[in-house]
Design a protein around this ligand. Structure first.
Ligand code: HEM
Length: 477
């Protein structure tokens, strides 16, 4: 018996040693590949990585522009190349895109499963071909009436007195959940349930980020999950299952509207008889998350910037007052509002990091990238680079976009709020349409200032959000 226990102990110790040795060898190989090409970097221990969890946040991200144009960060078993040069970025995202898949940090959101955001290869291509047409402008036209009515009703009763203090981050997040429910799933959701969905996703993202940066995450394939994140995930999956089942019953009976993302997914599942496949659930979770977080953050930061640049708020209001009733035609005439949104996306990109994992040795812009290397593109730092955007790169100046997006910067691929290449965002037209509609009604009915209680703390989970919310002083016009 003792011999058996000893043998088990020795075998386990050997397995741990071999496992660590293998991980060490793998990361040492990637570091060597960097050093051989003269690429310098920093190594963080597992515990340092945990300590960086917060600082990986905003300050670190926007200031990496002061480092080399390309450098590596080794944290635990992962070696990541941080790339700031737009030409190299273009190689990774577009020209050599087939050599890359999504980075490991995307995979920590298990709730997204193998949906279009996280999948690779043919799985990704099939889902992308199915889903992206449902977000084309011509399809969105059919939904504009619903988007407008939902925004108008929700924002009109935001402030029942002459003035109020409201947290617009909470408000826009709840509204964005209601909108994606309508546009992607054809269902309406009451305010309380929409708030719960937003709050659960918010907690889930926060907890998964901290688990990912913690020392025990993914140790020998075991992914650490806190009790809170399991609870949030279970709640959200239940909501999504209910949504899919409601839609399934409805699609067989009284579905009349233009094709929605959810119907396309269900039809495909039934046509191909993909029994046991989670494609509908995974993509429903993906659309629900990707479709509300980013848009809500965009509008929140736009309100922040207009609350700190009151002259531009007045200019935007003047433009809005020139349009009596918003429709699909005149929404594109909101030029000042359009520039404000582009400039907000530049300074506060809702997705401030894009990550890839190299699946095949390749050379990008003269740099050899070996298989298994992760590449991080810090969008926020590229957007604030003095070299690319000029000496006023930190200032809020929407008119830099007056001659169109491409004329606003010096080097192609310097502006990546929606990514670039084959995996560019499928929801950008919807996001901009929703953002313009929300700001249209905000400017029409209210003026605002930032509340003295506001604490400026942009926080990076998967997206960039104000950690302590965005309280504003709202005045009814
Ligand atoms: C302001 C709002 C938005 C921003 C800034 C944004 C940003 C992005 C970015 C940067 C990517 C590329 C990620 C990468 O390359 O790794 C992306 C992908 C994606 N976005 Fe958005 N997004 C927004 C709104 C939306 C909306 C409203 C939807 C929902 C319909 C959506 C659905 C997706 C999906 C499904 C992908 C994955 C596409 C693929 O991998 O093929 N996004 N988004």
């Amino acid at each position: 018996m003792r011999i058996l226990m000893l043998a088990t102990l020795v075998a386990s110790a050997t397995a741990v040693a071999v496992g660590y040795g293998w991980l060490w060898w793998k990361s040492a190989r990637l570091v060597r590949a960097c050093l051989k090409q003269g690429i310098q970097g920093i190594s963080l221990s597992l515990f340092q990585t945990a300590a960086y969890a917060d600082r990986w946040s905003w300050e670190l991200l926007k200031n990496v522009q002061h480092y080399e144009k390309i450098f590596y960060v080794k944290s635990g078993q992962h070696v990541r190349l941080v790339v700031l040069d737009p030409v190299t970025v273009q190689h990774v995202l577009t020209l050599n895109a087939s050599c890359y898949e999504k980075a490991s940090f995307v995979k920590i959101l298990e709730i997204l499963g193998n949906g279009v955001f996280s999948a690779s290869g043919n799985d990704w291509m099939n889902q992308r071909q199915l889903l992206s047409p449902t977000f084309f402008m011509r399809e969105l036209k059919d939904n504009f009436g619903i988007i407008k009515a939902t925004v108008k009703d929700y924002l009109e009763c935001l402030c029942t007195h002459d003035t109020a203090v409201v947290d617009v981050h909470k408000i826009f997040s709840t509204l964005a959940v209601k909108l994606i429910y309508q546009v992607a799933f054809g269902e309406s959701l009451d305010d309380k349930s929409a708030f719960m969905v937003y709050k659960r996703f918010d907690n889930y993202l926060h907890q998964r980020k901290h688990a990912f940066c913690g020392p025990f995450f993914n140790l020998f394939g075991f992914r650490w999950k806190s009790w809170g994140s399991v609870e949030d995930e279970t709640y959200l999956l239940r909501v999504i299952r209910e949504l899919v089942s409601t839609r399934r019953q409805r699609s067989s009976s009284q579905c009349t509207k233009a094709k929605l993302a959810i119907d396309i997914l269900i039809e495909d599942l039934e046509r191909c008889e993909k029994s046991g496949s989670n494609v509908v659930l995974d993509n429903s979770a993906t659309l629900l998350l990707a479709g509300h977080e980013t848009t809500a953050n965009l509008v929140t930061w736009a309100v922040y910037l207009l609350g700190t640049h009151l002259n531009l708020q007045d200019e935007a209001r003047l433009e809005v007052q020139g349009i009596k009733d918003l429709d699909m035609k005149n929404v594109s005439q909101l030029k000042v509002l359009g520039m404000i949104l582009w400039e907000t996306l530049r300074l506060y990109p809702p997705q401030p990091l894009i990550g890839r994992r190299c699946i095949e040795d390749n050379t990008v812009n003269g740099v050899f990238v070996p298989k298994d290397m992760e590449v991080i593109i810090p969008v926020s730092a590229i957007h604030r680079s003095v070299d690319l955007w000029g000496h006023d790169s930190e200032d809020f100046k929407p008119y830099r976009f007056a001659n169109g997006i491409n004329k606003a910067y010096r080097v192609p691929s310097s502006f990546l709020p929606f990514g670039s290449g084959p995996r560019t965002c499928i929801g950008q037209s919807l996001a901009l349409l929703e953002a313009k509609t929300i700001l249209y009604y905000m400017l029409k009915h209210y003026s605002w200032e930032i509340s003295p209680g506001y604490q400026h703390f942009p926080d990076v989970t998967l997206t960039l959000l104000p950690r302590f919310g965005m309280p504003i002083l709202l005045f009814r016009l």
